[in-house]
Design a protein around this ligand. Structure first.
Ligand SMILES: [Zn+2]
Length: 225
């Protein structure tokens, strides 16, 4: 039985977290969970599976088909275009899906409970990002407490990237031996492979690699694409 569950989106951050979990708990103790939440870019699910395969851990896809019904965001509604600017009122980009991480981690905990998995790992970070309030340390501390109470189960939420800049996350991936796996990840908000290079996610990813002085394997590896 695995000991740790990594919420794996198939992106750069959760892939780095997977390698963090493997280093900390051992590969045999790690499994991954990916949410099929009706994301516009189905390539994310392929990326998650390929990353898990490459790392040699299992991957379960859990369908949640309610986000699209909530409406109003660019990640699940194909009619809503990704904007480069933030909403004047909320100061959030229109890729924000309200409460997404709260819902994901609650489902992850419910998945972990019957398997007696006590360590959940997620790539949330409050630095250098779009300012999603459900990625912040205080939110996740409160959620951990709610899950412990609500499940009567000693679950721990690990967020190893919480206070890292994009540069530091890239350096961490290098130190953990995760760089090669990053060739299988996606980042682009426009769902393009090779990535568009212009959307906020592509720009942020490129900045992290540039500041770390490393080439992005997604752009250079023959495994990408
Ligand atoms: Zn892009």
């Amino acid at each position: 039985m695995p000991q740790a569950l990594v919420v794996l989106s198939g992106g750069q951050d959760s892939t780095t977290c997977l390698y963090w979990a493997i280093a900390r708990f051992g590969k045999e103790q790690v499994t991954t969970l990916t949410f099929d939440y009706g994301q516009r870019h189905r390539v994310e699910l392929d990326c998650a599976r390929r990353v898990a395969d490459f790392a040699g851990v299992s991957n379960t896809v859990l369908p949640i088909d309610t986000f699209a019904a909530l409406g109003g965001n660019a990640l699940t509604e194909s009619a809503v275009a990704v904007k480069q600017t933030v909403d004047a009122q909320t100061q959030l980009p229109n890729t924000f899906v309200p409460g997404r991480n709260l819902i994901f981690l609650t489902f992850a905990a419910a998945f972990a409970y019957p398997r007696n998995i006590r360590d959940l790992v997620g790539g949330m970070a409050q630095t250098d990002y779009s300012g999603y309030p459900d990625c912040r340390e205080d939110t996740l501390q409160a959620l951990q407490q709610a899950l412990r109470l609500g499940l009567e189960f000693p679950v721990t939420l690990h967020t190893p990237l919480m206070f890292k800049s994009k540069r530091e996350t890239v350096e961490m991936a290098r130190d953990l031996g995760a760089l090669e796996a990053l060739a299988y990840t996606h980042t682009c908000y426009n769902g393009q492979r090779p990535p568009c290079g212009r959307c906020p996610a592509c720009v942020l990813r490129a900045k992290g690699f540039a500041e770390a002085g490393l080439a992005d394997p997604l752009l250079t590896s023959t495994a990408a694409g």
